[in-house]
Design a binder for this molecule. Structure first.
Ligand code: FES
Length: 589
């Protein structure tokens, strides 16, 4: 029986009845097992899809059980099974930008705190407690108040002798709590990874962060396959997995500051349109089909309780609005974080992932598009490809020397390493402009396909190179189409914003050398880091940024490339290294 472990994507064959913990050992996949497999610590939780024999356990809630969570040490293999390790030990964690750069001035968070003294009731003034609290907070009696708060108010006020903090949102009272720190939460809900930052609502500083995989990986690596699963009836499970990922990381971040989840009094989530739908349990299927009309681009302010986020249940939660089915709130957040919509200079923002999203414009206008780059930059569709985690070759020099992430032997190559490798092979003449491998001491043939061996066990073949060329061609063609739609050329771009982890880690010269990024002077390149997370933080802390996010999402002109003949022409022209038209890449730097 086959057991496949994700996100490492390692498969082993075992006998029926072997525990998932034993299978993990065989596969050399690390699991947390503080109790050594006795079933007492509850730390070896995995999420399964397939057949296992397992009994209910007090460490697993009803919702987790329904979502497929099981204890690896208490689950026996009963058929082929896929196992997602949701909380991998440090060695298997993804390389993710956890902290948000920059800061927000003139803070106006979604919820505002004020410290009040609640007057004591007397026979002369027996005003009800809630009215006294509302009056001290400057709110009228028509303000909205969560029922849970009315229930807990007498105890909280009496415990604090009337000296309490009130948190006010747009509609009224959010919570009343003892004096102390309160936090907001910025979330980057990515297709592959999820990042949570806790922000001090008084200082605006990030006090804790946590990152991990989106457990939905179990249901498919890319957005399309997850939408298909939703159509097959797995929407509720997808919702639970997304929420489970965020909630797990929230608990981790809160634990790092010895806080409580009730101190997290508001949140902003930035994710692509499909992730936003799935997190809310909204059918995402229309995203897949012509005319690609999502159920929503902008949602109203919701509460954490109704969504299922494990922070203060009454905490207002905003999803950063998106523009279209394939340009979501993560891109809006990136624009807000970059500031390109506030400047006169012409900017191009590029977010490279499984989809390549591109935004072009300035303070007067914005256009955007998306093209399917495929999983090659995430290490998919490449035989020795892997995600950027320990053991991944992330850098390759022009002499083919390489660097491996973490203190681990090389296990594969991640996206940044692949781009470096292709650039180095091109420079040395090991690969030609069509992606064909040439005669070289490192080039051999296996099963009729030429491959180039970088080090023992790690090689790229011509199919891998073709996949990478298709991916970079999709992104570059999207850039060209957007410029053409605006009647502009690449030379007109005054600022090139590279968003996301990919933009942070990739070597820009090598990305230009293979034709992924446009060849403009490097001093025009700007690296945003995790701009989805930074944008979520900005929206959380600033009323102007919240208004800008809504304005940007609503006003961006979406250019649909799916049926565009220009896109097909541009894509075909870009299937060379770096391009058919070498005049577009004049400067080898
Ligand atoms: Fe402790 Fe499984 S290892 S419960």
């Amino acid at each position: 029986m086959r057991v496949t472990f994700l996100p490492d994507d390692v498969t082993v064959d075992v006998e029926r009845g072997v525990s998932l913990m034993q299978a993990a050992e065989l596969a050399e996949v690390q699991l947390h097992a503080p109790c050594g497999g006795k079933g007492t610590c509850g730390r070896c939780k995995v999420i399964i899809s397939g057949s296992v024999d397992a009994e209910r356990d007090s460490h697993i809630s009803d919702a987790e059980w329904a979502a497929g969570y099981r204890l690896a040490c208490r689950s026996g293999v009963a058929g082929d099974v896929t196992v997602m390790v949701p909380d991998p030990p440090e060695l298997s964690r993804p390389r993710v930008l956890v902290r948000t750069p920059g800061e927000v001035s003139n803070m106006t968070p979604i919820v505002q705190r004020s410290s009040i003294e609640v007057p004591v009731a007397s026979m002369d003034d027996p005003t009800a407690l809630l009215e006294r609290v509302l009056g001290s907070a400057g709110e009228g009696i028509g303000a909205s108040v969560p029922l849970d708060l009315i229930r807990s108010l007498p105890e909280v006020v009496s415990q604090c002798n009337g000296s309490v903090d009130v948190l006010l949102g747009a509609k009224g009272l959010v919570t009343v709590l003892p004096r102390g720190s309160v936090y907001g939460m910025a979330v980057d809900l990515g297709t592959t990874t999820v990042v949570v930052n806790l922000i001090d609502l008084d200082t605006g500083g990030t006090v804790a962060g946590a990152a991990g995989y989106n457990d939905q990986i179990l249901m498919g690596e890319d957005v399309l396959s997850r939408i298909e699963r939703a159509e097959e009836g797995d929407l509720e499970r997808l919702r639970q997995l997304a929420l489970g990922s965020i909630n797990r990381l929230t608990v981790e971040a809160i634990a790092a500051i010895d806080g409580s989840t009730d101190q997290v009094t508001t949140a902003v989530v930035a994710g692509n349109t499909a992730m936003a739908h799935m997190m809310l349990g909204v059918d995402p299927s229309s995203i897949r089909y012509h005319p690609y009309s999502p159920a929503f681009n902008a949602s109203p302010m919701l509460s954490a309780g109704e969504i299922g986020l494990k922070i203060l249940p009454a905490a207002p939660v905003m999803l950063v609005p998106g523009t279209a089915a394939w340009v979501g709130g993560d891109i809006t957040a990136g624009v807000v974080s970059s500031g390109m919509h506030r400047r006169s200079e012409l900017s191009l923002l590029i977010d490279v992932g499984t989809n390549g999203e591109v935004v072009l414009g300035n303070r007067d206008w914005l256009m955007c598009c998306s093209s399917s780059a495929g999983p090659a930059f995430d290490g998919g569709e490449v035989a020795c490809g892997m995600r950027a985690m320990d053991g991944a070759i992330d850098r390759v020099g022009s002499d083919l020397g390489f660097h491996v992430l973490g203190d681990a032997p090389p296990r594969g190559i991640c996206g940044s390493g692949l781009i470096d490798l292709i650039a180095a092979m091109l420079e040395q003449g090991i690969v030609d402009r069509k992606g064909r491998l040439q005669d070289h001491i490192s080039v051999t043939e296996r099963d009729g396909i030429k491959e180039m061996t970088l080090c023992p066990g790690i090689a790229v073949n011509e199919d891998d190179i073709a996949n990478l060329i298709r991916s970079k061609a999709a992104v570059f063609a999207a850039i060209r189409c957007l410029l053409r739609a605006a009647g502009l050329t690449i030379g007109a771009v005054e600022r090139l914003h590279l968003a996301g982890g990919f933009g942070h880690y990739v070597d820009p010269d090598n990305a230009v050398a293979i034709g992924l990024l446009p060849d403009i002077p490097r001093d025009r390149f700007s690296y945003l880091g995790n701009s989805s997370l930074a944008g979520a933080r900005d929206v959380l802390l600033s009323t102007p940024r919240r208004l800008e996010a809504r304005e940007v999402a609503a006003s961006m002109t979406y250019v649909d490339l799916s049926t565009s003949p220009e896109f097909f022409d541009e894509f075909t022209s870009a299937l060379f290294l770096p391009h058919t038209d070498l005049s577009l890449f004049p400067r080898p730097q």
